[in-house]
Design a binder for this molecule. Sequence first.
Ligand SMILES: [Zn+2]
Length: 411
Amino acid sequence: MKKETQVTVVGKVFKPNKNKVLALNTCLEEYFRAVKWYLSFNSTSKTFLHKNGYEKAKQLFNLNTALIQTARDKAVEILKSFNEKKKEGKAKSERPKLNRVSIRFDKRCYSFAKTTNVLTPYWLTLSLNRRTRISLPIKFGGRQQKFIEEALKGEWQFCTVEMVKRDGEWYAHFVLKKEVELIDEPETFIGVDLGEWNVAVAVAVSKYNPSKPLKGQFWSGAKIRYVRGKYSHIRRNLQRKKRLDLVKRIGSKEGMIVNQILHTIAKEVVEYAKQFSKPIIIMERLNGIREEMNSSAKLNRRLHAWSFRKLQQYIEYKANLEGIPVVYVNPKNTSKRCHRCGHVARKVEGREFKCLKCGLVYNRDLNSAINIAHALTRGVGWGSCEPPELPHEAFAVKAGGTGEAPSVRAG
Ligand SMILES: [Zn+2]
């Protein structure tokens, strides 16, 4: 099975001269107006917008024609996601409100090259409008640079570049694509549970012995909790001193540290999966995670949701690059179900899962991870969640297996 994977690589526009910044700022204003103008049609049909808007837009906005088209696409995306929110009753206004926007350049209006320049070898050239073309020096961090180098060698395909202005600085977000070949018939199902106490818990369920989950691995949440605690303390102090400018800067520093931790965890989760034969990674669809959080975490909800989403994204793209597919399952009851007998507990308290029906006492997150894997094994008819006849660990069930011993490569 082929799949297109995508990665976004962020570089900073490094010491651009005043005129270039001015040109970018003007372009942003113009682009913002164009997106807003396309939104005013209140239509999600690109054909309709093109027919009724394109010629007019060319007169109204001093933008490259390719930018006029990406502004239209952006308006459609914004309206579509707004309509979805509205359907779910989550929209706060009647019409979408546009606060900020990034400028999307596609292949027709940007080029990127490596030069021998001493300031930085990477230069991005943008066509803003009929008259203005600017070349910007771009600097990348270590991991980002690795991707850009791969892309320059042709291992990734350059798609679009989003020019983002944040706190007065400009950043270039390169969207890169690559087609990968994913494992077709997985043999090991890796259930990954994400949570607060343990950021991640992974467990492997082999096709050849689905009732006997293989060695689980835990990634503690202690490090992230420590960072969060430390920074919330600093933030409180700064707020008391009314240093709101610093609060913001501290926030982005905290985000960067947490991000780094998430990247490492994602990498290790994929390494864990790789030690098994033909793995597939299974995670929960995200809205489920919020329900599981206790009320004291309410304040941090947004941050939590953000890091879980990030972690899933990182795991997915790192896994895909290794040919490992990732699927998402319904989170219903994954933490409340006994993985051995299928009994659904009314409540789970503490770090241990205790089954009132079969007497199983098990690590709570590991139990969830096994259930997440089972959610998929059930779907392919391995039937691993049938209540075993004996209350001790059953080895006998071999649904759909070939009778071979579990093929597990040494880690
Ligand atoms: Zn049970």
